[in-house]
Design a binder for this molecule. Structure first.
Ligand code: PLP
Length: 377
């Protein structure tokens, strides 16, 4: 299989698996336990937190472990709004956020809060001036992601952070797609989420960075884990794996980004020049891995299915919810016609992809597009 869906998830690095195996097999004590088995894993948990904090450029007590990016986003949005209840009831959320944020914002609407969803421009960029315009006296929370998961478009988070600071608004920056790829923007936000399976770590694990002094209530009540803000027995093996994976990603960032961008750029160049009726979605300031391309006369679902049968894994911008395919909210918000939205496919490259794989994928893509178009003609 040629795997071109690295924004969806990535395989585990071999050294991550080795590091985790120790804590799954030999050192399995509960880090909250008093005995020596527990004390050993408590130290491992502490080390993992220290390592992740150092890589993120923050202090260890600003890192809270979670089950991933969805929980981090839910917690930041709901926890910050509830902590600031009485000070305002308005949220500013970009219209291209991951459902973790969009759906959390919709949950708050059910409880009487108001949300302004800010649209991107046609390149997929959320403009700082639009965030500024959306701010009200009663705004308490803002979410604009570091880079979008469908288009890869990188957002002006420094400027948006500045606007939030000026307005005393809690700023959450979803860094799920950028951790290990871009420098972590700890300085410009109150909180940020990362997810370890996006950088060759284990699935179902991530972290919330929460700047000291930022108001938040807990969502998961229970034991005293995560300094009393997130109950539940700690996932030591995944914390250890996440730290090793992030360390690998940061250490090899320049090298991997350059290699991935080169493969991606050659792929995009060939697709756009060799297949008629193709359109690249998203401006040029994108993550090195992403290429979101629409194909006239195809649907993204059919193309992804046919590519899968030919041995290439990609994803569409569309989400499948309750058995129904819904068009990408991101491409729709960018103002594209329905045909362009529905014919989009996301190709995301990773460090294990090769130039040969990308070339083979172009050939298979050409034949898949031709097949679909011939049926529809
Ligand atoms: N935020 C973004 C931008 C994502 O791309 C994803 C996952 O694709 C998430 C949040 C959710 O992360 P997780 O899979 O860890 O729940």
């Amino acid at each position: 299989m040629i795997y071109l869906d690295n924004a969806s998830t990535t395989p585990l690095d071999p050294d991550v698996l080795d590091a985790m195996t120790v804590y799954l097999k030999e050192e399995f004590g509960n880090p909250s336990s008093q005995h020596s088995a527990g004390r050993k894993t408590a130290v491992a948990l502490l080390d993992a937190r220290d390592k992740i904090a150092a890589l993120a450029g923050c202090s260890s007590d600003e890192i809270y472990f979670t089950s991933g990016g969805t929980e981090a986003g839910n917690w930041a949005l709901k926890g910050a709004c509830l902590a600031r209840r009485g000070q305002g009831k308005h949220l500013v959320v970009s219209a291209i956020e991951h459902p973790a944020l969009i759906e959390s914002a919709k949950d708050m609407i059910k409880f009487g809060w108001e949300v302004s969803f800010v649209m991107p421009d046609k390149d997929g960029v959320i403009r700082p001036e639009d965030i500024k315009k959306a701010m009200r006296n009663d705004t308490v929370f803002c979410a604009v992601m570091h880079a979008n998961n469908e288009t890869g478009v990188i957002q002006p988070v420094e400027e948006i952070g500045g606007i939030c600071r000026e307005n005393s608004v809690f700023y959450y920056c979803d860094c799920v797609q950028t951790a290990g790829v871009l420098p972590f923007p700890a300085n410009c936000c109150n909180a940020a989420g990362i997810s370890s399976h996006k950088f060759y770590g284990p699935n179902g694990f991530g972290a919330l960075y929460l700047k000291k002094g930022s108001p938040i209530l807990r969502l998961i009540s229970g034991g005293k884990q995560e300094r009393g803000l997130r109950g539940g027995t700690s996932n030591v093996a995944s914390a250890v794996g996440c730290a090793v994976a992030l360390e690998n990603a940061v250490k090899n960032r320049e090298k991997n980004n350059a290699k991935i961008a080169e493969i991606r750029d050659a792929f995009v160049g060939r697709v756009l020049s060799e297949i008629d009726g193709t359109h690249l979605n998203g401006g040029s300031y994108r993550l090195p891995a992403n290429a979101n391309i629409s194909f006239d006369g195809c649907t993204g679902e059919n193309l992804a299915l046919l590519l899968d049968m030919k041995g290439v894994a990609v994803s569409t911008g569309s989400a499948c919810s309750a058995g129904a395919v819904t068009a990408s909210h991101v491409l729709s918000a960018m103002g594209f016609e329905e045909d362009r939205v529905r014919s989009a496919v996301r190709f995301t490259f990773g460090k294990y992809n090769t130039a040969e794989e990308a070339d083979t994928a172009v050939g298979l893509l050409k034949s898949a597009v031709a097949q679909i178009r011939s049926v529809r003609a």
